[in-house]
Design a protein around this ligand. Structure first.
Ligand code: ATP
Ligand code: MG
Length: 670
């Protein structure tokens, strides 16, 4: 099988816009799934909620005034007098005449307010080591790291690549960059040397921060060799800073410096400089679920305003009493906005966990919730489906009574996974906030408010206050309630991407050319009869069966609602009679045995849940599904298999041996 690991960023074809004829038809997405369950917010949470229903009205009456008010959550060196400059759309400027330092907002101001003794980070290493870092300590660590970067020659406007495991130094490094005005480009720890090299080249990074290794699945795993391999290809990388985490043997090169040495000799005093609100904060490459990653540029003031506000509103964070935990990796946008910038700007106490959910046992997450009294938990549907597969008895062994709000992000959450999360983790009392957003949007866009929204399993529901989202048809007309089509954002928002790094044209083509004046998100969606939004998966993944657009998400949700199925991925494969035929790859639950009878049952189950048109032509039990490092199913690779094609870009796949396994399972897939 051909394996294309060349990750030529920016040069590739863009797949956010659907390919020729394969997914776009004049028919709207079939509106198949019916979900009638509703859950009101708990009365005590609603009464004390940070954000109440009035926020929607207020933002609707004066959207820019609303965001100007949210910007005052931050501490500005120069208060902005302008809110939005949209004179050259889609290139937005927010709060353009304001100046601030993002790291000061995330660290120093909490110490100055007398909260230096509050724990910012409860670090939990995979082997069981732990460390509590207060805001005062965080200030010292970030200041030393900022001074170290300055000593190494990093200056305002430079780029620094960060390739680290989930350890506190990752947070220190990102904030140190922000503090001195250098943009960070975080690369998932575990990506290949090619992927690191592509990102170093694309952003022209001057310094790389990495570690000897990290702990994964009970063993030290090396990180530095991949960096050495990548960095050897450039003479532009001046230094590699190496955090000692595992103590394993590593090769040492002239440009390498130890983190503990270079930061250890620095002063813990560093005076943050104020930068323009539009100063670049970071570049982050998208997950690569649909194609080649795009280098998304985010800037400072607008980004931090929305990251901070949404974290406060959607998690109802009470910084004095809550313990927050986001299980995402820092290499994903969720780690940027909801581990680093949102929670820290709000003065939260949070857990940072290095490892995997099943090390040393499958109850590790719940043990951590119990140990730290986690009250706000943010995780992904892929994790929830894995916990379902492992069984209800595992979380049942731990005390989860501290939890009060549960979040989900990354993919549409199947209604059955949502219900499982609500019952087995939230014990029926925690609102679930299903948050839709993207690397490009920088922060949450569509999500329930936990003290306001009557939630529906599987729906992200409604644009947050100050955000304008809707669903349109092929011609760009808004669909009525009950209709389906494509998700668009109709007004600029503070944390919007400013461009694709170094490629304004690709920015215009990918997001702004499909519909005049609207941001095209690349996701299919429908509105229900109440006008609530349901995400239906990628536009690239939508199937066209006998002239009907059918959502992969809905067919997958129907499969996951069968007691034998833990996870499902569905693709449309070319078919002579129906245009495309539905092919489903399913992971069975622990107790279910693979048989022709079960396959027939599953096909019928979907047929009766959604109608005969959605009945899969083939259902194939598999052991694993191809996923990105952020846990998203890569359907395009399954489609390549189902249509007997060479695999496309696999550079962001967690484990490429999965594809070999699936292929051996499928001697003649189509
Ligand atoms: P690429 O753009 O390179 O293909 P990606 O889209 O997976 O990668 P991200 O920015 O990490 O990269 O993911 C954003 C996408 O994740 C959204 O466009 C959407 O498809 C999906 N998504 C995220 N949260 C949700 C959610 N709550 N419900 C439904 N889909 C979601
Ligand atoms: Mg995307």
């Amino acid at each position: 099988m051909a394996r294309d690991t060349t990750d030529t960023l920016g040069a590739g074809t863009d797949t956010a816009t659907p390919g020729e004829g394969d997914v776009v038809s004049n028919e709207s997405l079939a509106n198949l799934l019916r979900e009638e369950r509703r859950f009101a917010p708990p009365a005590d949470l609603a009464a004390a909620a940070n954000v109440k229903a009035e926020a929607y009205e207020q933002a609707k009456a004066d959207r820019l005034g609303f965001w100007a008010e949210q910007a005052r959550r931050l501490t500005w060196a120069t208060e902005p007098t302008e809110t939005l400059d949209w004179s050259n759309p889609p290139f937005a400027k927010w709060f353009a005449d304001g100046e601030l330092n993002v790291a000061y907002n995330c660290v120093d101001r909490h110490v100055e307010a007398g909260n230096g003794g509050r724990v910012a980070i409860h670090f939990e290493g995979e082997p069981g080591d732990s460390r509590a870092i207060t805001y005062a300590e965080l200030k010292d660590e970030v200041s030393r790291a900022a001074n170290a970067l300055l000593e190494l020659g990093v200056r305002k406007g430079d780029r620094v690549a960060v390739y680290l495991p989930m350890i506190p130094e990752a947070v220190f490094a990102m904030l140190a960059c922000a503090r001195i005005g250098a943009a960070h480009s975080v690369v998932f720890g575990g990506f290949s040397a090619d992927a690191i090299a592509a990102r170093i080249a694309d952003a022209d990074a001057k310094v790389v921060i990495t570690s000897d290794g990290g702990y994964r699945r009970g063993k030290p795993s090396a990180l530095k060799p991949a960096v050495d391999d990548a960095v050897a290809r450039f003479d532009t990388v001046e230094h590699v800073v190496v955090v000692r985490r595992t103590g394993q043997d590593i090769a040492w090169n002239d440009r390498d410096v130890w983190w503990h040495e270079v930061t250890g000799r620095q002063s813990a005093e560093h005076t943050p400089e104020a930068f323009d609100a539009e100063h670049p904060l970071f570049i982050l490459y998208t997950s690569g679920t649909t194609g080649k990653p795009k280098g998304i540029l985010h800037t400072s003031g607008g980004y931090l305003t929305q990251a901070s506000y949404t974290h406060h509103a959607v998690f109802d964070l009470k910084p004095e009493t809550d313990v927050y935990w986001c299980t995402a990796d820092i290499g994903w946008v969720t780690g940027h906005s909801y581990i680093v910038y949102g929670p820290l700007s709000n003065g939260a106490t949070q857990v940072l966990y290095e490892g995997t959910p099943d090390t040393p046992h499958q109850g590790r997450f719940w043990e951590i919730v119990q140990k730290y009294g986690v009250s706000l938990l943010y995780t992904a549907p892929t994790a929830i489906r894995t916990f379902m597969k492992w069984g209800d008895d595992i979380p049942a062994k731990f005390d989860l009574s501290s939890l009060r709000v549960l979040g989900s992000v990354g993919e549409p959450i199947n209604p059955e996974a949502w219900m499982w999360y609500r019952e087995n983790i939230g014990k029926g009392k925690c609102p679930i906030v299903d948050t839709w957003w993207q690397t490009e949007t920088g922060a949450m866009m569509i999500a329930p408010l936990p003290g306001v929204t009557h939630t529906k399993p599987g729906s992200a529901q409604r644009a947050l206050p100050g955000i304008s989202a809707t669903v349109v048809d092929d011609e760009g007309h808004e669909v009525p309630d009950g209709g389906g089509g494509y998700l668009v954002l109709t007004e600029p928002w503070p944390s919007m991407l400013r461009t694709i790094w170094g490629d304004d044209q690709r920015f215009l083509d990918t997001y702004w050319s499909r519909y005049e004046g609207k941001y095209f998100a690349g996701d299919g969606a429908k509105k229900d009869d109440d006008g609530d939004i349901w995400l239906l998966g990628r536009v690239d993944d939508v199937m066209l069966v006998s002239g009907h657009n059918i959502s992969t998400t809905e067919v997958e949700s129907a499969l996951v609602s069968h007691p034998s199925v833990a996870e499902a991925a569905v693709v449309g494969a070319a078919d002579e009679t129906t245009g495309q035929a539905i092919v489903a790859f399913v992971i069975l639950r622990g107790t279910a045995a693979e048989s022709d009878d079960l396959v027939a049952q599953l096909r019928n189950h979907v047929g009766s849940a959604l109608g005969p048109i959605a009945k899969p032509k083939r259902v194939l039990p598999v052991a694993e599904l191809p996923k990105t490092r952020s846990g998203k199913i890569m359907r395009r690779l399954l489609r390549d298999i189902a249509e007997n094609r060479e695999l496309g870009d696999v550079s962001t796949l967690t484990d490429s041996s999965v594809m070999d396994l699936i292929q051996t399972k499928l001697p003649s897939a189509s």
